[in-house]
Design a protein around this ligand. Sequence first.
Ligand SMILES: [Fe+2]
Ligand SMILES: [Fe+2]
Length: 407
Amino acid sequence: MSALILRQGVRPLARSTLLSSRPIVGTATLLCRPSQRQFSLSTRRRLQADRPNQASLALKDEVREREERSEGSSTVVGSTGKGVEGPHYQDQIPSAENVLTDTSITGAWTMMNPIYTEAELDTVQVVGRPPVTVADRAAHGTVKFLRKCFDLLTQYKAVEIPQSVLQQNPIPIAELRAKGQLLSDQKWLFRFILLESIAGVPGMVGGTLRHLRSMRLLRRDGGWIHSLLEEAENERMHLLTFMTMAQPSIFTRALVLAAQGVFYNAFFLTYLFSPKSAHRFVGALEEEAVRTYTHCIEDMEAGLIPEWKDHPAPRIAIDYWRLPADSKLIDVIRAVRADEATHRFVNHSLANLDQKKDFNPFALVEANAETRGAKWGFTREESAVFAKEQQQKLVQAVREQTPAHAH
Ligand SMILES: [Fe+2]
Ligand SMILES: [Fe+2]
């Protein structure tokens, strides 16, 4: 089946299915009437032309041509063909009918929302990128320091419970909690809510600053803004999901307020002066997020959070990740962890790029979930190869889709 049919017929909002033909979990209820819209003829022609030029971010013809000709531009990530910033909105307009009439769906997401298969959720690993430069070390050091403060505040300890204790029947959970070796369900939630209220900041700040830069310099952005805003939206959905399970106390709200006030401004300044370091910092932060959620999942699997045994998934999470209706909380936390692995992968990859020249290699298609789950990120060279491959695949898909007489 061609990729374009897949997009129109099955899951029009998800960019990652653009070139993928694998089945997707939880989409059965989502089948929309195939859209009449396809790539416009002019878009097809542009894609088919596949000119071997080097794209630049400049809007002015003379400047763009100069940059395209200039020496070294061939090394710009995503620059082959026209340079891609993401799918056109016409390519992904879904049939709104389902969303408006199906009362079991509470929301439609106009930004990409991630959907995973079981196998993809299993690929997530705790991996880290060893710091290379001084700035990397500063970013990792800051994250380690923040993590220590955060652990103290939320009474979190990364201790492994010995097998001999786990084999007891029943496991002495109250005792382990009293000793501070285990977090209770409420303490996990407190930690998640604090974590996620901070995590939604960087994508929005990065998106804002790149948006302003694009307008200020009258240059294209290269597809970064949307990925960054998607990340912010994704983190906010994590927060909203956990908020359906616990209403925060005045104390938690005050902490969120203070942390947001400080963190937004600190991150804003960091991104303004060193966007590379800011992305590296987020990559390192997400390494820790994957570690924390992995710990929680292991605790749940070992029966150490009995309050959450067979706890149903919140409705908002079923909608957002398109989970089967009988999903459990553990399925949600596994999806959240896979999202964090994506943020880890994307931010470390973006940190390796030329912040001014390179296109976002994931503007058109994300790396597959296995890669995002098991790898810390792409080097700049890997990003360039990936961007080129995705463009070529799309051009190929369009050619296969287009009847011969339309050429
Ligand atoms: Fe998150
Ligand atoms: Fe995250």
